[in-house]
Structures are given as C-alpha cells and as structure tokens.
Write a new protein. Structure first.
Length: 88
C-alpha cells in the first residue's frame, strides 16, 4: 500500500532529473547558437524540460499513480517559467 504523504525527497529527485535534461539542452543550444543564449532561448529550454517530465509522468502513472503528481509539479513550473520568459 502506497503512502499518501508528500515527500520532499521524491520531489528533489524529480527536479534533479529535470535539471539534468535542462543542462543537456543548454549545452546543445549553446553549440548550435554559437554561444549566443538569449532570454527566448532559455524559455525554449524550459519548455523542452517539461516534455520529458510529461512523457515519464504519463508512463509512471500506470505503475505508481502517486508519483505522477511530482512530475506534474515540475511540468507546471517548467511551462510557466518557459512561457513567462518567451512572452516577456
């Protein structure tokens, strides 16, 4: 039986996975843009960070539905930060 308590450790782990994806996307954007990173590029990186969380969270929902909520938190944060940076 799964506990319904909120776990900061699980949230930090999901944030860590999302951060690793962001670091990889930043390195790729840095290479392809010849080192020119603008605010809109950073916003696009945050939008791209939400995509793996969306896929992983959707698949993990089949096996551990409670864990999917941690991915939903990171999706919401990445989407809101990304859209904020692009639209400003």
């Amino acid at each position: 039986m799964e506990s319904s308590k909120f776990s900061w450790n699980k949230l930090i782990f999901v944030f860590g996975l999302t951060t690793l994806v962001g670091i990889g996307q930043y390195a790729l954007a840095y290479q392809f843009n010849d080192g020119k990173i603008t605010q809109k590029v950073i916003g696009a990186i945050f939008l791209g960070m939400a995509l793996p969380s969306l896929i992983i969270g959707g698949v993990i929902r089949i096996f551990k539905p409670r864990l999917q909520s941690y991915f939903a938190i990171t999706i919401g944060l990445c989407l809101s930060i990304g859209l904020f940076l692009i639209l400003i």
